[in-house]
Design a binder for this molecule. Structure first.
Ligand code: GRF
Length: 207
């Protein structure tokens, strides 16, 4: 089994898409071994519990309040994942940028989901910023991408999957958000399938 951890900060609908894909056999050989949330009220926690997946609530604030460096948080997070024998990490709405102290434990094995196309609208509020850019006539469409996280650059790295999403003249931001999330829920499990399920080497990666 390839043991993945999914890191969430909020609603967890993309975690749900992964859990559903695992449950109905669309991610053969993949197990969600752990869900980590940095926010106690994240709905993603309840989704994990409902599927019998272990959850760790791991907030950054105790570290910042104690004046501890951010690297300590990242390193401890990596230790938690390793204690659960996790070999791949999926950032599904995770709101912290992870540094080398974390990434060095999972080289080329961290996957991120971004609700925009490669090289566009990095950071938070990507959908709203794309919507505003459309209204200003600067773009005709936006999209979704799934990519590897090689370093601390935000929402950038080797692209695993991407899909354009049109923006329609009469639609509101809510409509665009709903359509983007629907694409995410399909694209993320698909990208994980292609990455993880096309054969397995001894370390639990694809061949
Ligand atoms: C998604 O739009 C994802 O692309 C972005 O944060 C959102 C998380 O949604 N990084 P959810 O928590 O999976 O519902």
């Amino acid at each position: 089994m390839i043991r993945i951890a999914v890191l969430v900060s909020g609603f967890g609908s993309n975690l749900q898409a992964i859990l559903d894909a695992v449950a109905d056999g669309r991610l053969p050989g993949v197990q969600v071994a752990l869900v980590v949330s940095n926010r106690r009220e994240a709905l993603g926690i309840r989704r994990a519990v409902r599927h019998g997946v272990p959850v760790v609530y791991f907030p950054l604030s105790p570290y910042t309040q104690a004046g501890r460096p951010r690297q300590a948080y990242d390193a401890d997070l990596a230790s938690i994942l390793r204690a659960f024998d996790v070999t791949w990490v999926v950032l599904a709405g995770w709101m912290h940028v992870l540094g080398r102290a974390f990434l060095s434990h999972f080289p080329s094995r961290v996957v991120n989901l971004h609700p925009a196309l490669p090289g566009t609208f990095a950071g938070t509020e990507a959908i709203a910023r794309a919507y505003e850019a459309y209204r200003r006539g600067e773009i005709a469409h936006t999209g979704v991408m799934v990519h590897l996280v090689p370093d601390e650059a935000v929402d950038a790295g080797p692209v695993l999957a991407q899909e354009k999403v049109p923006i329609y003249p009469e639609e509101g931001l809510d409509d665009l958000e709903a359509r983007i999330h629907a694409v995410e829920h399909r694209l993320l499990p698909q990208a994980l399938y292609e990455l993880l399920c096309c054969g397995e080497d001894e370390e639990g990666g694809k061949v």
